[in-house]
Each structure stands twice: as C-alpha cells, then as structure tokens.
Design a protein around this ligand. Structure first.
Ligand SMILES: [Zn+2]
Length: 140
C-alpha cells in the first residue's frame, strides 16, 4: 500500500508553517487513485497558503508498479553527501533492498530499482516504462 504521513512543513520562501501530506511510497497497483497525483506532479509538492510558493519537499519517495513490474526511487540530491545514504548502495549504484521502507515481501524485479534525483525525471521514467510495457506487450 501507499505510505504517507502528515508533517508540518516550513515554506522556504516566507517561513509559513503548514500541515502537508508527505508520501514515502506509493503502490499504484493497489492505490489507483494516487496515479493522477503522480502524473500531475502533485506528490510531495509543497504549496504555500501564504505566498503561493511551490517546491518539492526533499524527501525520499518510492514509486511501485506491480502490474508492469518495476519500481523507481527518488532521493534528494543532498542525500549524496550522506554516508548513511551511500551505504544503501553497492558499487554499481544498485539499491540494496534489505532496509527498504515497504510492508511486503520484496519481489524479484525490485532488486533493480531505478534511482533518480529529480521528481520530474521520476515522472519521465514512469511514462517511459508504461510506453515500453505497451510496446513490448503488443509486439510479442
Ligand atoms: Zn510561503
């Protein structure tokens, strides 16, 4: 299922604090409604009620599609400076799945999670995998 929590987030522009829903992971096969939010770039997008500032909240986010059998993981760019973050990967840049924040048994394809450092790139990759899935399905 999708994992989300409500946090108080401070606007980087005007310092206004407001309650914001932060998603750490979504499974779009089990939570179909969330997909439009992903497509609209609304996931973890902070929108300030005071000054209308919009920016992504820099928190890790896992996107999981069980039907097409792929997963992609966003991490904030600043994570690269964190040794705790680096220790999650092998030398090939592959995310070790031992300490993934999920509540199910890790399927085989999740041992090869696509890593991105940009939320827009995450969306591009999801679109790519969906187009690719249709193409390969129609040509076999
Ligand atoms: Zn603001």
């Amino acid at each position: 299922m999708s994992i989300k929590n409500t946090h108080s987030v401070t606007c980087p522009n005007c310092n206004n604090s407001q309650e914001t829903t932060i998603y750490s992971s979504v499974n779009i096969s089990l939570d179909k409604d969330i997909k439009s939010k992903v497509y609209d770039g609304e996931i973890n997008l902070f929108k300030c009620n005071e000054c209308s500032h919009e920016s992504y909240i820099p928190v890790p986010f896992l996107y999981h599609d069980m039907d097409r059998k792929f997963a992609a993981h966003y991490f904030p760019k600043t994570s690269m400076k964190d040794t705790n973050f680096l220790s999650k990967f092998d030398l090939n840049g592959k995310l070790k799945t031992d300490d993934l924040n999920v509540d199910f048994k890790i399927p085989e394809y999740m041992h090869n999670i696509h890593i991105v450092f940009d939320m827009n790139e995450l969306l591009s990759y999801i679109i790519f995998r969906e187009i690719l899935f249709d193409y390969v399905s129609n040509n076999n």
